[in-house]
Each structure stands twice: as structure tokens, then as C-alpha cells.
Design a binder for this molecule. Sequence first.
Ligand code: GN1
Ligand code: MG
Length: 364
Amino acid sequence: MEEKNLLQLVSHFDVQGTVKSVKPLGNGLINDTYKVTMNEEDEPAYVLQRINNAIFKDVELLQSNIEAVTAHLRKKLEEKQVADIDRRVLHFIKAETGKTYWREADDTYWRMMRFIPNAFTYETVNEKYSHAAGLAFGEFEAALVDLPQQLGETIPDFHNMELRARQLKEAVQNNPVKRLSVVESMVEELNRNMEEMCKAEQLHRDGKLPKRICHCDTKVNNMMFDADGNILCVIDLDTVMPSYVFSDYGDFLRTGANFTAEDDPNLANVGFNMDIFKAFTKGYLTSAGTFLTPIEREHLPFAAKLFPFMQCVRFLTDYINGDVYYKIKYPEHNLDRAKNQLALFNSVCLHEEEMKNFIAENSK
Ligand code: GN1
Ligand code: MG
């Protein structure tokens, strides 16, 4: 969008100071994000974001979830008298309607939040950062255990493997852009593992696996660190919703413990890094250990397998459908991503026993 229109947009929000510039920020696959800098040096900068309402269809629900979660986290930080609260929880700005989003006449939706200064995101993490991340995501879940509001699912059945399996099946049946022949063997390989990978839904139906408030997009780059490598806060809260704890545990390892990026086309680079697994798991068990049930704990290795598997199914489905969901940079991008995630899944499977032993050892 042109800078002139972006400036116009900002004027609907309750910001302090006058805008100096609006520049693209970050590399999310779903929303468009900009940094808004002000002329006045003592005024804070902001983040302006276009909400992808093709994906998050109920923006009112989305923002009401986010407001409930950020208010609850802020209250807990205040109770603990933590310093620097504005760098530890996102702060959304009200629009002139009193809501934390603004709807344009062209049916696009926008929101603004404070920019967190001197904070960094990373695409890869070392052991120290992974341990901190494990602690932080466990703390995030623990802090939301007593959230008074009931949150809605901003994307219904977001991490439901049975749904993802059905979506793949439909894509295969419809084959809308005639890409199926290229991926047939991959589809078969996925189908061989499908039943096992749908185990969480079965456990939930049997009343053995609860849903809790989870972040549901714990990619490495959704965490902010300070200059010393301490976690400041968790960002990208669009998918915070009731889910199985497997979501946060599994999705972090999917990105953090892959030896390479999720879209690296060179499969020789792909593999599951057990040092990162151990560091993250140690951190996670420390903070989430307060509420995890034995079934949740026992199935953490399953979660580590599930997330590359599910992501492979999602990327492959999008490839077969003609790239309608994820942003792509070149025509085969989703296919490369899917192959990468399948290779990662196979690598994680080789470590199942080792993961089980490590979790048992660290649960005593
Ligand atoms: C999307 O928005 P972003 O880039 O953080 C996606 C995640 C996927 C991820 C794969 C709402 O996350 O579920 O795991 O891409 N978010 C949504 O990189 O679909
Ligand atoms: Mg993100």
C-alpha cells in the first residue's frame, strides 16, 4: 500500500506525535506489518498491521481474544512488580471507534500496537535461547491457566490434524491446478502415517487430553529477546486459542530444532537437532511442569513429530490448491517447504526413544 494511505490509516488510531515514516517490518507469512516512526524523538514508535481477514474471518473475536490475553498477562506482571512491563506484553492502541482495530471502506482491517524498542527476533536459536524459549512458552501457558474469559478459536480447528487430513484429501480429489502427479508419492507417504498422527483428537474425544489456552504459532521468530538474550515477550497473538499443549511445544521444535530454515530446498541440510530439543524441553518442563498431566507429558515426543508432519500436510495442500494460503516467493516454494517438513518429520521419528528417555529423566 502507498505511504500516503498508510499515513491516513494511522490517523484513525490514538497515537502520540506526528508520523515520520511507515516502513515494512518482519517476514510473517500471513499479515502485512509496518513500523511507524514518529518525528518527535521522545515519542514511541508503533507497529501497524493489516489483519488478514481472509484467514482470520472474525476480526472482532480475534481482537477480543487478544485484548483478554494481553490484559491478563499485564495484570500478572503488575502483581509481580516486574519492571519494564511495556516491553514484556503487547500494548494495542485504540482506534477512534474505541476498538483495537480499524475497518477501512475497502473492507481491509488494521490494528496498531506499540513497537518494543531494543528488542530482537531471530530465525535460528542456540541452546541458551531455546532454553529461555521453553521457559517462556511454558510460563505463557501457565499464566493463562486462570484466564477468566473463554476464548474463541480464531481459526476453527486450527491445529486439528483430522481437519488438515481432510483438507489434503479434498485437494487431492479436486486437483484444481493439475499439480497432483508431481506429489503423488509424498501424499502416499503422508497417508501411511495419517492415522497415528491423528491421535490427539482421539485422546481428546476419549476425555484424556484437555484443551488449554495456547499460543499456537510458537515459531522461533515469534519471540522477542533483549540485547542480552533474555526473553522479553511472546508476539503474534492471532492464534492464541484453546488447543492441546502439543501446539506450542511441537511448533517451536519444528522451527527451532530444524538444522535449517523451513523452506530450505536442500534436504541434506534438514534434520532434528537434539541439543536444541533438550534445552527447550528442559525449560518447558520447568515452567509447564506445574500443570502438565501425565498424558500430556508422555506425548511430548508425539508433539515433536506431529508439527512437522502437520505443516507438511498444510504446505502440500496449499501447493496442490495453487498457493492460495501462504505467501510464496517463487512457484515451487510451497512444494519445497513441504519436502523440507517431511524430511524433518522423518528425522524426528529417528529420535523418538531418545526423546522419551530424556523427558522421563527430567520429570523426576
Ligand atoms: C504462519 O503468520 P506466521 O508466518 O507467523 C501460519 C502458521 C504456520 C507458519 C509456517 C495463521 O505463521 O500456522 O506454522 O506460517 N499461521 C497461520 O511458517 O496459518
Ligand atoms: Mg509471525
